[in-house]
Design a protein around this ligand. Structure first.
Ligand code: SAH
Ligand code: SF4
Ligand code: F3S
Length: 436
């Protein structure tokens, strides 16, 4: 009988892609995928620690496996990702969940195959978390699950040390992949039929240190690869976002007119305390520059409310900025204190009621802007790349070059096809249309 694995992923796109790499390793060991706990011979948790609730989720779900493991002692439980890489967390996990068999970190992901083998060879617990980042390891094939999109790492780690953020502590220093490795991967993916390439880095704009390239040069090369596909990249950092990138976008129709540019706050005092190293004026000037080239360009963002010391005036400046920029969508978060970061020791930590009140107001504002935006597309025809089928709605869905999502009906499997959609209905953030 086939051995089966199940992977549970928390966190960002980086983690989603790393789960694909972990799946690649497990398949090389002869495992096949399942989504059923009962059927699995190995359950792997790829954890995230960006906010407290991400950690609580993982703790809860790992804890819930205690009974199953008792009933089925041969089940291998493995834990990797950002949480195991956090100071003291491996020890805590070990103590709290003595039934975990294998633990590894983000910095030694490539060892997963060897670690699982050691477990299969009879070692009781295999725990190996590397403290410092090593050289980038190329060549291990991921098992991709996001067709027609393919994720491609361009940098690993982060050197920015935003004062609230744990990523630099759990992902190590920023390293850039060599451009020739990236281009070779993109060429291969396009040949295999992938239609959307998403370049991934915590701050794509700082790509290139040590490999003698800039992000704009890399983007130009990626978009110059022949074939019918499009290119996205994330995340852009406002402190480093420059016009040369927008000029490359203008040169290539293949690059989506969509930028994810996290602003975090609209108040200069808060931005300074966050160590973001830009001002609201600089941010607004970048949006203006982008829209000089592409008046219709869509911008998405991340916002944190309730940062230590944030006053009501600071918060209102965030609201004001949100209205000015008119974001296509925004991921909104309540500040979460992360042990070991600078912000954790700052004065002025805010009570939960204040944070909750601000997040509710902000979500309301963001939703109202998004609703207004979608209504503008009624009657228009847009080209979307069909990326999935929604079982509940019984509809296919995809995004246009601005990242706007559209749903439609079809009798054929349309996933991976570019489709012209005439928008007939706008409902909140979703657009509905007919294939034309
Ligand atoms: N590298 C990206 C973001 C990575 S984390 C960037 O710099 O924009 C994704 C988002 O999580 C961040 O943009 C931020 O809005 C949010 N985030 C990070 N740390 C957080 C914390 N301690 N509390 C709440 N939100 C946080
Ligand atoms: Fe975190 Fe800032 Fe790095 Fe983004 S740029 S990962 S928010 S430290
Ligand atoms: Fe991503 Fe969470 Fe790690 S957001 S980088 S998986 S801490």
């Amino acid at each position: 009988m086939e051995k089966k694995y199940k992977i549970v992923t928390y966190g960002c796109q980086m983690n989603v892609h790393e789960s694909e790499k972990m799946a690649g390793a497990l398949r090389r060991l002869g495992y096949e995928e399942t989504t059923d706990d009962e059927e699995a011979d190995l359950i792997l948790f790829n954890t995230c620690c960006i906010r407290e609730n991400a950690e609580n989720h993982a703790f809860g779900n790992i804890g819930a496996l205690k009974k199953l493991k008792k009933r089925k002692p041969s089940l291998i439980i493995a834990v990797g990702g950002c949480m195991t890489q956090e100071k003291g967390k491996t020890e805590l996990l070990k103590k709290k969940f003595p039934f975990i068999d294998v633990m590894f970190g983000t910095l030694n992901l490539e060892e997963l195959e060897t670690l699982i083998k050691r477990k299969l060879d009879g070692q009781k617990r295999v725990i190996s978390v590397r403290e410092k980042e090593g050289e980038i390891v190329e060549g291990a094939e991921p098992f991709r699950t996001s067709y027609p999109n393919a994720w491609v790492n361009i940098t690993y780690g982060c050197d920015n040390f935003c004062s609230y953020c744990i990523v630099p502590y759990v992902r190590g220093r920023e390293r850039s992949r060599r451009p020739e490795h990236i281009i070779a991967e993109v060429e291969r993916l396009v040949k295999e039929g992938y239609k959307e390439i998403t370049l991934l880095g915590q701050n794509v704009n700082s790509y290139g240190r040590g490999v003698d390239s800039s992000f704009a040069e890399l983007l130009d090369k990626v978009a110059s690869v022949e074939g019918n596909f499009r290119v996205r990249f994330m995340t852009s950092h406002p402190k480093d976002f420059t016009e040369d990138v927008v000029k490359v976008m203008q040169k290539h129709k293949k690059i989506m007119r969509l930028i994810h540019l996290p602003v975090q706050s609209g108040s200069n005092a808060v931005l300074a305390a966050m160590n973001r190293r830009y001002t609201r004026e600089k941010y607004l000037a970048e949006i203006e520059m982008l829209r000089r080239y592409f008046p219709e360009a869509e911008v998405t963002t991340d916002i944190i409310v309730g940062f230590p010391g944030e006053t009501e005036e600071d918060y209102l400046l965030t609201e004001d900025l949100v209205k000015r920029v008119d974001f296509a969508s925004a991921f909104t978060f309540v500040y979460s204190k992360r042990e070991g970061t600078k912000a954790a020791t700052m004065e002025g930590q805010l009570p939960e009621e204040v944070q909750k009140d601000r997040i509710m107001r902000l979500v309301e504002l963001v939703n109202s802007l998004t609703r207004k935006k979608s209504e503008k597309y009624l009657g228009k025809t847009v080209e979307i790349l069909c990326e999935d089928y929604d079982e509940k709605k019984g509809l296919y869905l995809g995004r246009d070059e601005f990242g706007r999502m559209g749903y439609f009906k079809s009798d054929e499997n349309e996933i991976g096809n570019f489709i012209n959609l005439k928008i007939t209905k706008a409902n909140g953030i979703s657009l509905f249309g007919e294939k034309v």
